[in-house]
Each structure stands twice: as structure tokens, then as C-alpha cells.
Write a protein of this length. Structure first.
Length: 69
């Protein structure tokens, strides 16, 4: 999976309860792999409908868009 605009493989999602808290991840073999500094017990559940942001450019959209790319 990669960004449809810049081809980056680094993304993040925002905490649904605190928009200033972000959780960075990359996509390997179709799976979300959070960065090592992310506390997995606090990370939000991610589904195809989760609003996802590219870490490199201004693209954002549903995770399912990345799954199709």
C-alpha cells in the first residue's frame, strides 16, 4: 500500500477523542504496522473506513483507498 499521490508508505491516524494525538504506521503486505514508539494499548482500531493521512504530502482519505492501490 502506498499514497496515491506521492507513493509514500508512511501514514498516520488521529485519535478519535484527541485530534492532536496521532499514531504513525506503515503498510506492509496489506497490514497496518504501527511504529515502534506507538503504545499499542492506546492505538485506535483501524478499519477500511478509518480516515488516514499521508505522512509525506497532503493526501488523506479512507484506508480502503490505499488497499485498492
Amino acid at each position: 500500500m502506498e499514497c496515491p499521490v506521492c507513493r509514500s508508505k508512511k501514514f498516520y491516524v488521529r485519535d478519535p477523542e484527541d485530534e492532536y494525538e496521532i499514531y504513525s504506521f506503515n503498510c506492509r503486505e496489506g497490514s497496518v504496522c504501527f511504529d515502534t514508539d506507538v503504545d499499542l494499548s492506546k492505538a485506535p482500531l483501524i478499519s477500511d473506513d478509518t480516515e488516514t493521512f499521508c505522512n509525506q504530502c497532503a493526501w488523506h482519505g479512507k484506508l480502503r483507498v490505499l488497499n485498492k492501490a
